[in-house]
Design a binder for this molecule. Structure first.
Ligand code: FES
Ligand code: FES
Length: 161
């Protein structure tokens, strides 16, 4: 077992976990934070997205021990206007992908603000405003089996504006 100290949603947490435990499993099974979802468990769907020191990561691909000492934010601690915007814009149906979409979008908005390039801005003239095309490209790591993409883009655009 390895001791891991995390700050999760503002609270200090100390865990004893096997070294191979993913951050996703540590959050869900050790801390009971089941808002973060497990879809593919192999980095393909984005359902497990959380923020680590503000950066979005796939927690299924991260080992808990790698994040020792870091600040982790899950949907339970997000408290972001985007959550209400998702409701207003019908950005969800079953809701399984939603925690990951929300965390990813919050991280994505910060990346855009900092001027991080995307595949769209690398090929087109970079704009200070987020186009729908750019929102879709930057959110392409988060899949939605219900196909709520139009509402997701509307919600993100509303908050970005
Ligand atoms: Fe992590 Fe699918 S569960 S990317
Ligand atoms: Fe059902 Fe996205 S709302 S998978």
């Amino acid at each position: 077992m390895v001791e891991v100290s995390l700050r999760v949603n503002g609270s200090a947490q100390r865990l004893d976990v096997p070294p191979q435990v993913s951050l996703l499993d540590a959050l869900r099974e050790e801390l009971g934070l089941t808002g973060t979802k497990k879809g593919c468990d192999q980095g393909a769907c984005g359902a497990c997205t959380v923020l680590a020191d503000g950066d979005r990561i796939n927690s299924c691909l991260a080992l808990a021990v790698q994040y020792d000492g870091r600040e982790i934010t899950t949907v339970e601690g997000l408290g972001h206007p985007l959550q209400e915007a998702f409701v207003r814009a019908d950005g969800l149906q079953c809701g399984y992908c939603t925690p990951g979409q929300l965390c990813s979008a919050v991280g994505m908005l910060a990346e855009h603000k900092e001027g991080a390039p995307s595949a769209v801005t690398e090929h087109l003239t970079a704009s200070p405003e987020l186009s729908d095309e750019e929102i879709r490209e930057r959110m392409s790591g988060n899949l939605c089996r219900c196909g709520a993409y139009n509402g997701i883009v509307d919600a993100i655009r509303e908050v970005a504006e």
